[in-house]
Design a protein around this ligand. Sequence first.
Ligand SMILES: [Mn+2]
Length: 233
Amino acid sequence: MTYVMADLHGNAQRFRDVMEKIDLKADDTLYVLGDVIDRYPDGVAILQTLMELPQAKMLLGNHEYMMLNALDPQSAGDGGAEAEDARAYALALWYYNGGMATHDAMNALSGEERSRIFRRLRSLPLNLEATVGEKKFLFVHGAPVSLCPEGEDPTYWAVWTRLTPDCELPEDKTVIFGHTPTSHYQFTNPLSVWFGQSRIGIDCGAGYPSDCARSGRLACVRLEDMAIYYSEN
Ligand SMILES: [Mn+2]
């Protein structure tokens, strides 16, 4: 079976809850469409779990991208004043978006383990494709990289862009995306998976605070039959 989830945002309780429900088998595949880290404190632990899980295939999200830009020695630039400014800005942007809890967890690791995590994150794809039965799917965090306008940075574009309900998308495929909570497309509380025109939004706000007026949860879709599993609130 083929499962898809996105935007876990460090929420180990919601992740565990959904993993128990889907009860992943050795020949299943679990696509995780980015933003495993930040907001809740367990993002690094979930990342480590996914790195050891042979069924897991992960995409880069804007939060992993922010962490690389803020911490990865390979993103540090040449050490000049301009590079230092860019680094300081990257850290501020990351903290503004809930990165501090992740930074604390990274600081508690050995340098070797941090390097292993950076290496894995740097290697993550921006999009993935899969055929399930007769249906073709394109997995993205924010948007299909094939639509990146000329002159824009493809990584930045793919992880930060928000899809609209009617923007043009590659035909003949269903695009499954995270990044933009489904409350942008429909009013439901708690948030639910959104089915649009050849696009399915699955970020149901697992990163929302638990005392938020709109309650978030982690969603996982099984593509063979479109069964949806939600974390309990
Ligand atoms: Mn995102």
